[in-house]
Design a protein around this ligand. Sequence first.
Ligand SMILES: [Zn+2]
Length: 427
Amino acid sequence: MGQSAKPTRQNRTITVDFHDETTYAELLGNTKAFVEFVLAFLLALGFQLLHKASCSEGGCLTRHSHYARVRLGGLTIWRIQCTTCKAVFTVLPHFVLRYRKMRPDVARDALIATHGGLSLEWCAVICHISPMALYRVICAFGQHSSVTVLTRCGLPLPTYILADEKHSRCLTERVYLPTIVRGRVIWHLGYSASKSATAFTASYGEFQRVAQQEDPSYQVKGALTDGFDSTVSSMRALFPGVRLGSCLRHALNKLPDKLIGVSTSVRKGLRSKFHALLHRCRQRKSLRVVALGQRLRRFADCIAITVGEAHGERVRQWFRDKKAGWYTVLADPQMPAMSTVLDQAHNAIDRKLFAMKGFHHPSGSQAAFLTGLAHLYNLIPYQRRALNAGQCGVEVEGGHVPTSDWMLNLQILTSGGYQCAPAPPHH
Ligand SMILES: [Zn+2]
């Protein structure tokens, strides 16, 4: 069972939107017009081309580049070679998916159906494709890191994150999905067969590696976790000095477990008191940390009086162990406080991973499959009646997508030939 994405050769494909196939066919016969079209598209995107590191052309296409037409699977496409660094860029028109026979409009319908919760098998039935072909398309998009795609949308690398692991099943084994989220976007969706700190550090370390390629000085300042040991220790190992907060909603859900033997209605009542307490502390901006300490003490006393000293003492002990993490959340307004959105995403993705278990094969990559699902989660707009209807997660978080068409955005943003960093100055 492959656990990490396979390293691929440097792919310098650039997907270009030619609006329709006729325009493309007309431009094919006219090199000057073709190159001008591509240059105008690049300019509109604000992207550069990914030349080799040593190249002095600095990300631009020039008149000196070498242009060649090649036939690829019955279609004529252009290849452009930089005469300085010899990097070759393949210009892929928007109506073709790289190395796939499936057309983007077929993939679009199948992907939105799978994102909406339909099983891969049913998606394949309504779209007349094989489930394996759909699985492979998701994996192909998943070869590109979420960090690369999101920074191309202009989102800053997240300094405050939510790090959480979904416990899932794949085939018959227990597996774990270490995940990093900021607001409504997934920055990392990993796959691990082990729940050890080493395995989690390796998974989260993949996020850190790509993020530090984008910005070598990148550091996470604050992370919210549910307190799972491996998650906490991998955050500490990867981001020294990180402030670690504990999820408040998790705390709420844990309280009833501390009151074993107490009737359900009493436990429910105490849980809603605890909810009100945390909520009030969050609202009292300047005093909230001081307020929390006092209120926790009073609340534990109240539990001791209502349901007995043994329960009161158990809850006091629990507060002592956990309150540092809650203080961290309340002391820093930028810290995320709850993981609700992530939990919803996790549950949806978990169902897909489980539904896909028959497709994972020895040379397949769950990591690529999951990253592909993360792209869909970040880029497909919310439905009509949703809170942020018509916008995708990236846009809700303040990012910009290249076009109004999410499928085209997915194709463009996962093109290996683009980079969004400013070009180094010419010599
Ligand atoms: Zn070059």
